[in-house]
Ligand binder design. Sequence first.
Ligand code: PGA
Length: 246
Amino acid sequence: MAGNWKMNLLPNSAQTLVEALSNEKPQHTQVLYFPSAPLLGCMAQWNLGKAQFGSQNIYSQSSGAFTGEISAELVHALGGQFTLLGHSERRTLFGETSAQLQDKIVAAWKHQLTPILCIGETLEERESARHFEVIQHQLLDSLNELLPITSPLILAYEPVWAIGTGKTASVDQAVEVHQFIRRVLNELQSGLGDSTSILYGGSVNAGNAGELFSQSDIDGGLVGGASLKSEDFRSIIHIQDQCLHG
Ligand code: PGA
C-alpha cells in the first residue's frame, strides 16, 4: 500500500504522520511512503516501523550536470528502496514520455530501486474507448527494449480521470484493465503478467478500499490524498490486510 504524498507535507507533519503509523504491523501488507524529494534524507532517521520508502521520480543518469534532478543512486544512498515512475502528473505537467521512462527503469534497477511504473488513460481517451490501446502503448514503449525482465517491477494503473477527482473507477473497470495489463505483460514475456504486482490508484479511500482490494487482480493501492491523514491511511492499510488475509 503506497502513499504518494506528492508536493505535500513539511518535515514536522511528515514525521508525525509516519510515526503515528509506525506501530502498525500489517501481516500481509507492505506499506510504502513516497515523500517529496527533500524529505528523503529524513525518512531513514524517523521511526517508520516496518514501512519502507522511495522517491516520486528519478533521473535516468547516475550523476552529472542535471540541475534540479535526483539520481537513483542518491535515493538508494538515503535508504530509499522504490521509485514511482511516470505518474500521470509527471507525464501531463512535465512532459515525461514512456520512452524516457524506459531509461529511468534501467537507472532504478542499476541502483537497487524497485520501480513502480504508473500507467493510465485520460478521460478523453476512455470516452473515446481508446483506453486499452493507450495502456498497451504505455507498456510497450517503456518495457519492450528491456526484455527479458528479471529485476523487480511493480505496475500501478491510475486512470487519470480518477486521480484527485473523487471519482474512482468502478470495480469492474479496474479489474478489466488489470486483467488486460496482465495479458499484455504475459505476451511480452511468458509469466511476467502473473508474477507482477499491479496496484490501483485514483481516489482510493477507506470507503472504496474494500471492494477494490478484495479483487484478486488488484494487488494493492497507490493512494494520494487519503495517505496524508494517518487515520485514513491506517484504515486503508487494515482493509487491504484483511482482504489479503481473507
Ligand atoms: P489520489 O491520488 O488518491 O489523491 O486520487 C492518487 C495518485 O495520484 O497517486
